[in-house]
Structures are given as C-alpha cells and as structure tokens.
Design a protein around this ligand. Structure first.
Ligand SMILES: Nc1ncnc2c1ncn2[C@@H]1O[C@H](COP(=O)(O)OP(=O)(O)OP(=O)(O)O)[C@@H](O)[C@H]1O
Length: 242
C-alpha cells in the first residue's frame, strides 16, 4: 500500500508544479492520471518513481516513509518501482528475452546487468512473462526489429519479471494506433489484476482512462481536482480537466 499526503514539488527556479498531492494506491489498483498538457502528470509520475525529489510531504511505501529513508532503504523502494517511458529504452541489439532478463537500470544490480548472469528460474519467469504480454513468438527478435507496441510490451514484461509492485507508465500508448493502444492498456490491466501490481498511467486520451482505470485522478495546474472511480466522465468533469 502506498500513501501520499501533502506532496509538493517546487522546481529549483521557484515554480511549484505539484501542490498538496494526496491519495492512496492499493495493490491491484489501476489508476489513470489525466489532465491538460502542463497540468503536472509527468512530474507526478517522475516524483512517485523517485526520479525527481519532492519538496515536502509524506510518501509512505509499504509502511516505509520514503522521504526520510536512508540511501539503502531508498534503493530497496526503488527496486519495487518500474517506470515505463513513452518510448522504452531497450538494448537494441539484444533479444526481447534478453532485455527482460537483464532488467532495467535501477531494477536489478549493476553486476547482473553488466554480466548478464541469469538463473534457470529467471529464464522461465522471463518466458512466462513474455507469454503473458503476447510476445512469446518474438522472444528471440532483437529489440531494434520490434514495433512500438511490441517494445512497450517488452518494457512491461521486464517490469513484471523483476517483481515491480508499482508500475508508473508515462503516456505508454503515445504514437500507437488505436488497436495497439487498447492492447497495451488491456495487458497492463490484466497484469494489475493477476499480479496485484499497482499501476499508475498518465494518459492524454480520456476514453482509455474511462475504459480501463479503476480510479481516475484529474490534475489541473498541479492540484488533484478530481478522484473518481473509473467510469464515463460527465461533460462538466471533462471541461474542468481541459
Ligand atoms: N525541469 C523543468 N523545468 C521547467 N519547467 C518544468 C520542468 N518540469 C516540469 N516543468 C513545468 O511543470 C509543469 C508540469 O509539467 P509536466 O510535464 O509534468 O506536465 P504534463 O501534464 O505531463 O504535460 P504533458 O501532457 O504536455 O506531457 C509545466 O508547466 C512544465 O512546464
């Protein structure tokens, strides 16, 4: 369980881009963050991923107060978090399988990434995860030969195979055709429910949030102005978010 309260992010230049963010993220919940361009969606995800510092507030991850934690405790929390970029950074010459096995920077130890050491169990897990994201037949393809949607699936498989408890995805469907976008959202939703992973996705496309999210958090100028169960938003709600 993740609890955030009073979280604020002020940039070094003095601009406050997130204010008094509060909420709870329960295991197995799929949350969509929506809001106009510049409302703070990406910053919120980066701060939750500990890629950017919070200025003040409380961030509790499985009982651990992250902002007061020492470097080792922070590292342990980081390993439970996977951050999916719009355009996933993969090892281009390595296969989809190898990309899943090696893991992302920050997810597994650097020794493991440098040496590529894997155990038999890891191999089986990676294959199972590739199957879960519908990529088993592409496992031996180098990343550079994969489509945008397939690359995003490798990134999702990588996050899940390394035991992420919290997956933060910043516009993971940008640049994908509507069919592939729905596929990615469906895969995230399936993993969320089957593995009890907490998934937070920043989305421009409200219809995807409405269709897949358990909760929709609406941001406006750095504040959460809406926190509703996943459902069709009313016209008035959409206007507030624009
Ligand atoms: N490093 C930075 N330097 C200056 N301004 C920044 C920086 N990071 C974020 N901002 C500002 O913070 C605000 C929130 O930006 P953010 O990228 O989080 O919004 P967003 O909702 O994700 O936008 P978009 O939908 O366009 O990606 C914007 O006004 C942006 O200009």
């Amino acid at each position: 369980m993740i609890t955030i309260s009073g979280l604020t992010r002020t940039l070094p230049q003095g601009k406050t881009v997130l204010q008094e963010i509060r909420g709870q993220l329960e295991p197995g919940t799929f949350v969509a963050i929506v809001g106009a361009s510049g409302s703070g969606k990406s910053t919120l995800l980066r701060c939750l991923a500990l890629k950017e510092p919070w200025t003040k507030g409380e961030y509790r991850f499985d009982g651990q107060e992250v902002m007061k934690a020492g470097p080792l405790a922070k590292l342990r929390v980081r390993r439970k978090i996977a951050y999916l970029e719009q355009k996933p950074l993969l090892y281009e010459k390595k296969t989809a399988l190898k990309n899943v096995l090696i893991g992302a920077v920050g997810q597994v130890s650097w020794i493991r990434r440098m040496t590529g050491m894997v155990r038999n169990d890891d191999y089986m897990d990676a294959m199972d995860t590739l199957e879960a994201v519908g990529l088993i037949d592409r496992a031996k393809q180098p990343a550079e030969k994969l489509s945008g949607g397939e690359r995003q699936r490798v990134a999702i498989a990588r996050a899940i195979a390394h035991g992420a408890e919290l997956v933060l995805a910043d516009e993971p469907v940008t640049g994908l055709d509507p069919h592939s976008a729905e596929d990615i959202m469906a895969i995230l939703k399936k993993l969320c429910k089957e593995k009890r992973t907490t998934i937070v996705v920043a989305l421009h496309r409200l219809e995807l949030a409405e269709k897949f999210a358990d909760e929709i958090w609406g941001l406006h100028e750095g504040r959460i102005i809406m926190n509703v169960r996943g459902r069709r938003l009313t016209g008035a709600e959409k206007v507030r978010l624009s």
